[in-house]
Design a protein around this ligand. Structure first.
Ligand SMILES: C[S@@+](CC[C@H](N)C(=O)[O-])C[C@H]1O[C@@H](n2cnc3c(N)ncnc32)[C@H](O)[C@@H]1O
Length: 173
């Protein structure tokens, strides 16, 4: 988002993720230990993706289900692969009309991997995640676009997890 916005507020629940992001921001890189297999790890240096502008970003720890008051409203809001990791995803959806300015954009991606480990089954969508989102958001948002967003997560040197997330893009009415 820092490629196209002058000011970005980046929030994650994990203090470790936030600290690592801040370290990359100030040092321009970060050294991590990557799992190769079993007991084998390898030290790697990672850098921010090409074209990003780390100086435009404020990183903070926060809970997407209980975002701090006074966070403000934004021209663009992105929740990437978050919804199905929340115990009460409806609480984030309920806050979104306040967070996205009129005419602003909301982008949600989710692999729709609903698991009891994160979300009680009673709070999983009854039908498809796409239809559930449309039902929850249509009062305040117009659906502009939806498509598949593939990504690959490296687990070890020889094992990768291939996922195709559902991406939906909305305009705040
Ligand atoms: C599947 S990962 C996605 C990470 C990243 N957004 C991406 O797309 O690569 C889920 C992320 O949600 C964060 N998370 C989990 N519960 C959260 C909450 N209640 N509030 C904010 N972030 C949360 C986790 O710390 C983790 O970074």
């Amino acid at each position: 988002m820092s490629r196209c916005a002058n000011e970005v507020v980046a929030i994650d629940y994990s203090q470790g993720f936030v600290d690592t992001a801040k370290e990359m921001q100030s040092a321009g890189h970060c050294e991590l230990s990557r799992l190769e297999e079993g007991h084998c790890r390898k030290s790697v240096v990672v850098e921010p993706p090409a074209g990003t502008q780390p100086g435009r970003i404020t990183f903070e720890q926060g809970d997407a289900m209980n975002l701090r008051p006074g966070l403000g409203s934004f021209g663009q809001v992105l929740a990437a692969n978050l919804l199905c990791r929340l115990s009460e995803p409806g609480r984030l959806l309920g806050r979104l009309p306040e967070l996205v300015r009129s005419g602003g954009e909301l982008i949600l991606t989710t692999p729709c991997t609903w698991l009891e480990e994160f979300t009680p089954e009673a709070r999983w969508p009854r039908g498809s995640t796409r239809d559930w989102l449309e039902g929850e958001l249509r009062e305040h948002f117009e659906l502009l676009e939806e498509h598949d967003e593939p990504f690959l997560i490296r687990e070890t040197a020889r094992k990768f997890q291939w996922t195709v997330a559902l991406l939906t893009k909305w305009r705040r009415r």
